[in-house]
Design a binder for this molecule. Sequence first.
Ligand code: BGC
Length: 771
Amino acid sequence: MTTKSSIYLTALTVFLLFSHSTRAQHTPPQLTDKASIEAVVAAMTLPEKAALVVGGNKDVLQQVNEEIIGAQSDRVPGAAGQTQAVPRLGIPSIVLADGPMGVRINATREGDDRTYYATKFPSPNVLASSWDTALVRKVGWATGRELKAYGIDLLLAPGMNIQTYLLNGRNYEYFSEDPLLTGIMATAHVKGVQANGVGATIKHFTAFNQRANNTVNAIIRQRALREIYLRGFKIAVKQASPWALMDAYNKINGVWATENEELLTDVLREEWGFDGFTMTDWEFTPRDEAQQMRAGTNLLMPGREEQQKAIIEAVETGKLDEAVLDRRVSEILGIIIRTPTFKGHTPSGDPDLDLHARIAREAAADGMILLKNEGDALPVSSANRLAIFGTPHIETMTGGRGSALVSARYAVGIPEGLKTAGYQLDEDLRKRYRNYVDSLRATEEYEKTEGDFFVSTYPKLPEMDIAKEARIAAESSDLGLILLASEHGTYGSDRSLEDFYLSESHQKMIADVSQAFKKAGKPVVVILNTEGPLEIASWKDKVDAILLAWQPGQELGHALADVLTGRVNPSGKLPQTLPADYRDLPYADRYPGKPEAFEYTEDIYVGYRYHSTFQVDPVYEFGYGLSYTTFEYTALEIEHTPFDGKANISVTVKNAGDRPGREVVQLYVEAPEGGLENPALELKAFGKTRELLPGDAQTLHFELDAQTLASFDPNRSAWILQKGSYAVLAGASSEDIRQTTTFTVGDEIVVEEVRDVLAPEKEIEVLSRSN
Ligand code: BGC
């Protein structure tokens, strides 16, 4: 090479190097799509990576050691949180908002005349009571529309913990005691939300069943974990691909959920194929950040500066492999590129609240459960005069604290809804109640607090003595309506036995009204507007009808009127067993409490699995609910016997009464004896008919696969379908079985072998059919 050409080459190299490095300095790779993620991560500095895996709540950073007042996003006031941006690489901050009853943001903003109301939908236990996946999907869809309209990328819902313990203070945020119903409802909700191009976050993963002590160590055997506490999440992950998942606060078998690699990596990502990102719950107690990253937690929320520092330090000292951090960052970026914020969507600020209110009303009415209706007390024509008893009708309790708080545009009270429907109310009685409630609310003991995140706004009032008024009202009205409502005290606690059992003053009210109306030959109807089950057995014979409305959200009064008038024929069924007495429950002597560690000794016998196997009669069983019409079940048929991995089942349902109505058909399966012990029966599929006119029939089709039918054998760490004869029961509830058939599994089928993970540290003694 000549000197000239070598000088030329050196100059060229210098130029190229220089131009490359200037380009690297001035135009680093930008996040544009999936293919760009690798280069973006490679270009990120360690502090930038640490920033991405720690939420960006500046308010909270400063308040961390002060009293915590709930996290905040500064982009969307009232939203629970946001991630941190890395503008240099085109990574925006995305916004996350609660929750299970609708979008939780502030309705008003400083220096802004516009309003940002959201629709308060019924609580998830109402949605599950409808057993109507199309409806739940619609609710999810409307919620997703509001997220998008308000510039929010991710919803922090649906909550899908199992209602194992009746007094868990957050049960209303969840669907059911049954994992299949939970998984299917969550799937519908997530699909609805995500149809808008925004994300859903399934939560709280898993076994978050105690509110009083968030940080309890939940000790659960592998079988119960797999069959009860993981199953619903698995269904939702596999069928709905949620963008995100929120870890639980608690430990599972000795390991914090957020630090649990077996849970977050082995099971969630590797077994189930989850491809979104995971976040911690809004955690203010220090944990091991490096272990959280290694385990598979992507995002630490709401985010504290110390966490960011800890992650940087962990990488610098070799405690955390940077490649692990890179993976966590890439997984978050994989979702960020799908968000409206990333795509430059301009929020309209103007969701169709009228349309969504109609959906909320439909959902509220469809989720109401008619528990009793003697002498066809209901429906009752709107030409009738009603006398309403019970202090809660003076105030409108739509329910939901904490993450379920929603600033709705309005809430329709019960009297208001009934009047709009045309009923005439006993106004003298109402005035008496108004004065009584006002006088109590003026006292310190019963003072109403305003919109508090943690504390109920409505401390429960004792009932007034209305023996005399009931006699007068019974003469002048056609029907007595008793409203029992409750929101339990504080968000940070579980419900108590006082929330379950009626007080003396409530019992007396029921007795007095019942006596007066019976004497006058008029019916009495009880409406339960409660977040969870109440004791019913002691008073149910005194009244003619009972309607369980749970917490129906902002359309409470309208939806109730829809069902009372018969405009909507109730079709809800219980997603949770209503026990006759709290003492009947296998954990009655241990819950509520505030233990450091809690052994799930009922094991797989949760809810109806317990009641049906051990023959403990509830007051109303799982899956139960009446209609204003009746249904006949015929022709339960099954293809494929012996079983070859799939069974197609059909059953025909006919409306045998004289009003249009819908029926929820439940398919339970009774596994053969021998081998693993199983509950007496388990829900394996369900369907809801369209509205059937009198005389009309519909054939519902179900497909049962081996995975749904299998039981988990911890000794082999595998899902097994035992050989033998399986009974398929088509029921109107878990006890009201209308048609039965069988199929046979010739040889045992090992459906799936999985990793032997999540074992308790020690053996625990559990309930079993043999002890
Ligand atoms: C709750 C979560 C909620 C989060 C953000 C936590 O206290 O457990 O369910 O999404 O706060 O508000």
